[in-house]
Design a protein. Structure first.
Length: 235
């Protein structure tokens, strides 16, 4: 048991899939895992451990933003000895070069955030995925016939902002889309020597105001979920 996760030692698998939304974690557990146990529901952040094709996997939510995923991923890595976390989430595209439903495998996350600096003394404003998970996602995507685009991403502290222009850091590091968690996850994993990756589905095209409807979202995200689950089998 940690400060924010009530699971007992041994109830969390070595590989964790981490959507932002607790109900999305429940969806994965209900639809893809067998022999499922709800191992933590502190603060209504659900963690489920079960089996996918015989492999023990935990699915649990990160919440939104760097502070939230920073807490949960750190406690998973340190208190539960998790080896690999794969974040699975959505993102908004800055560019019409990306399309709705595109799947991104995040190579590096760039951010203006001070999270990495003040947590771990990491001065860089762009941090790579950590360990072998990124390569395993690419390998699995090819096996499944999926186009998982390897790309940099802008990880932002800010959802609403006054200036509608693409932030300078996203331009500098060629980040075609934005989300709010990968930078902190990668920073924690870099500091602790763990595996960390992020798979994203494009849910919004910011310049054109296109977005995935509620009815389309479930099927769109299933593809990403299946990719992450099949990748987890390789650990």
């Amino acid at each position: 048991m940690s400060v924010h996760i009530s699971a007992k030692k041994g109830e969390i698998a070595k590989t964790v899939l981490m959507p932002g939304d607790p109900l999305r974690a429940k969806y994965i557990a209900d639809n893809f895992l067998t022999d499922v146990t709800l191992v933590s529901q502190t603060r209504n952040i659900f963690y489920y451990t079960g089996k996918y094709k015989g492999k023990e996997i935990t699915v649990g939510a990160s919440g939104m933003g760097f502070p939230s995923i920073g807490i949960y991923s750190y406690e998973l890595f340190t208190e539960y000895e998790v080896d690999t976390i794969i974040r699975i989430g959505t993102c908004g595209a800055y560019s019409t070069d990306l399309k709705l439903f595109d799947i991104l495998n995040v190579e590096k996350a760039a951010s203006e955030s001070t999270y990495a600096k003040f947590a771990w003394g990491i001065e860089e404003d762009i941090i790579s995925n950590q360990g072998t998970a990124f390569d395993k996602i690419n390998e699995t995507a090819k096996e499944l016939g999926l186009d998982a685009k390897a790309t940099n991403i802008h990880s932002s502290d800010i959802f609403y902002r006054k200036d509608p222009a693409v932030p300078e850091i996203a331009v500098r590091y060629n980040c075609p889309a934005v989300e709010m968690e990968a930078f902190a996850l990668f920073a924690n994993a870099q500091h602790l020597g763990k595996n960390a990756a992020t798979i994203l589905t494009v849910s919004d095209i910011i310049p054109t105001h296109e977005f995935i409807s509620a009815g389309q979202r479930e099927q769109a995200l299933r593809t990403m979920m299946e990719l992450s689950l099949e990748t987890a089998l390789k650990f």
